[in-house]
Design a protein around this ligand. Structure first.
Ligand code: AR6
Length: 183
């Protein structure tokens, strides 16, 4: 179940699933600034990767909100994990939160390009424990990814792995409203 769109020769796929099982070169982790083993998707990624991931993360020097760092994937199907720290929604003015969230997607995609990563999967960053409203986050995530693909023509495949039918529906309608004045 899901949708595939082609943007500037690249695939953008919206699907429901568990990101720890996604067969891509890199999965993105919705991390915390310490890059420590957390809950949510972060906890699931650490559990699936095994303790080597936490060991490497402890040597990465943390990560600022809106930025991204790369590590190995250990026992995951993916070669890399790109850790990005989304904004805690209520800790910022809405406009600042939007800029930080957009930066998470852009910086992760920049790291993908720098590391020659052709296929990458994102979770819905900040919309769980960090409290970002999903509808707003979906518009920002998709607008940022589409803009990046239009400019760079890579990575070849970007997958948004949503964890519920409701999130998949929200992202799918946000995609369809991009560029219609509601995005
Ligand atoms: N695959 C895909 N998506 C998932 C999975 C999974 N296996 N598990 C959960 N999600 P969250 P945040 C969805 O809370 O809001 C951590 O403790 C989930 O349903 O994981 O950025 C970190 O260490 C939601 O839609 O991330 C930070 O401290 C989305 O992933 C903090 O939580 C993001 O929810 C980050 O909070």
């Amino acid at each position: 179940m899901g949708n595939t769109y082609v943007i500037n020769g690249c695939e953008l796929i919206l699907k429901k699933g568990d990101i720890t099982q996604e067969p891509v070169a890199a999965i993105v982790n919705a991390a915390n600034p310490a890059l420590s083993h957390g809950g949510g998707v972060c906890g699931a990624i650490h559990r699936a990767a095994g303790p080597g991931l936490a060991d490497e993360c402890s040597r990465l020097g943390g990560c600022e909100t809106g930025m991204a760092k790369v590590s190995g994937g250990y026992h995951l199907p993916s070669i890399y994990v790109i850790h990005t720290v989304g904004p805690v929604y209520h800790a910022h003015q809405p406009e600042e939160a939007a800029q930080l969230l957009s930066s998470c997607y852009r910086e992760s995609l920049n790291l993908a390009l720098l590391n020659g990563i052709e296929t990458i999967a994102f979770p819905s960053i900040s919309t769980g424990i960090y409290g970002y409203p999903v509808r707003e986050a979906a518009k920002i995530a998709l607008a940022t990814i589409v803009n990046f693909l239009k400019i760079h023509g890579k990575p070849a495949k970007v997958v948004m792995v949503l964890f519920s039918d409701s999130d998949l529906k929200t992202y799918s309608s946000a995609y369809l409203s991009l560029g219609k004045g509601d995005a």
